[in-house]
Design a protein around this ligand. Structure first.
Ligand SMILES: [Zn+2]
Length: 303
């Protein structure tokens, strides 16, 4: 396992990449959150459940972003319903990545392989390079699969900011955690939002769960990370920025039986506005390209 040197682990502050918040939006239908429809296969029923939300939400979200650029990890079936969605995201200069074709856990590599095959055509059309696993759940066996499917990086584990890890010819740029004790020595997948992660003293503040619970504290943590020269990765969702119709009524049953879903149902448009006002942001791919260029330059022998 090779770790690129950047941020806190950096070896040369003069060559350091300018720190920024790496902003990602997992662009998924509102019903992905409930997990109730993970096994619903009928495409028309899935599209009806979305009820046009993913299309309605896009323009307001692009408007909120203004000049700022982000990574949009798209659920591929949305592009099947509304081809204008990936078109508009790419045309506005944002990075278009893959979240999955159909939202469900994809830790199992056979399930992942099937899902990757289903998105191959549109990924090729848009030169997709980045992958964010559903529920930030991935296995080590996924990396060679992703590489062979044409990806250059993934952002599918949780880990402290300032890590860019090479795995099977792929890069992994983790979603940020704050490490309360020692920084973890091993960054082996899966590293999802779990009691095990929390027990190890890692607070996954890059999750919109944490942003929903304590937006002000997360902004303070982001400020501290940036001052330390790090570029934290955070996740947001469309239904947190634009309200789906009758969202709380439709989510009520799920939130009652799984109270931990509650922070995901909170509005986060004010958080995003504050973030964009005070912090530099960029897509993940832009940052990775800058690091690659810098590593190439620093490894070129002086003539
Ligand atoms: Zn998701």
């Amino acid at each position: 396992m090779k770790r690129y040197k950047n941020g806190r682990d950096g070896y040369n502050s003069a060559a350091m990449i300018s720190p920024r918040v790496l902003l990602s939006i997992d662009y998924e239908p509102w019903f992905a959150l409930t997990r109730r429809y993970d096994s619903l296969v009928d495409p028309q029923q899935r599209r009806d459940l979305d009820g046009g939300f993913t299309l309605r939400a896009l323009d307001p979200i692009l408007e909120m972003l203004g000049e700022a650029k982000a990574s949009f990890y798209l659920v591929g079936e949305i592009g099947g319903w509304y081809p204008e969605i990936p078109q508009k995201i790419a045309a506005a200069g944002h990075e278009l990545g893959l979240h999955c074709q159909f939202h469900r856990p994809l830790v199992d590599e056979l399930e992942l392989a099937k899902d990757l095959a289903a998105s191959a055509a549109w990924r090729a059309q848009y030169h997709v390079q980045g992958y964010r696993a559903p529920m930030v759940g991935i296995s080590e066996a996924a990396y060679p699969l992703l590489r062979d499917a044409g990806f250059s990086y993934s952002s599918s584990i949780y880990a402290p900011s300032g890590q860019l890890i090479e795995k099977s010819g792929m890069l992994e740029l983790p979603v940020s955690t704050l490490s309360l004790f020692n920084r973890p020595a091993e960054l082996t997948a899966p590293r999802n939002f779990s009691p095990r992660l929390l027990a190890g003293g890692e607070v996954p503040y890059g999750s919109s769960f944490m942003i929903g619970l304590m937006p002000k504290l997360i902004l303070k943590i982001l400020e501290r990370e940036i001052r330390a020269g790090l570029s934290p990765v955070i996740i947001m969702h469309p239904y947190e920025l634009v309200r789906p119709e009758s969202f709380l009524r439709r989510m009520g049953r799920d939130v009652a039986s799984h109270p931990l879903l509650f922070p995901f149902t909170l509005r986060k448009s004010n958080f995003l506005k504050t973030l964009l006002k005070y912090f530099p942001v960029s897509p993940l791919l832009t940052y990775i390209e800058e690091i690659r260029m810098q590593n190439a330059a620093s490894s070129t022998p002086a003539s």
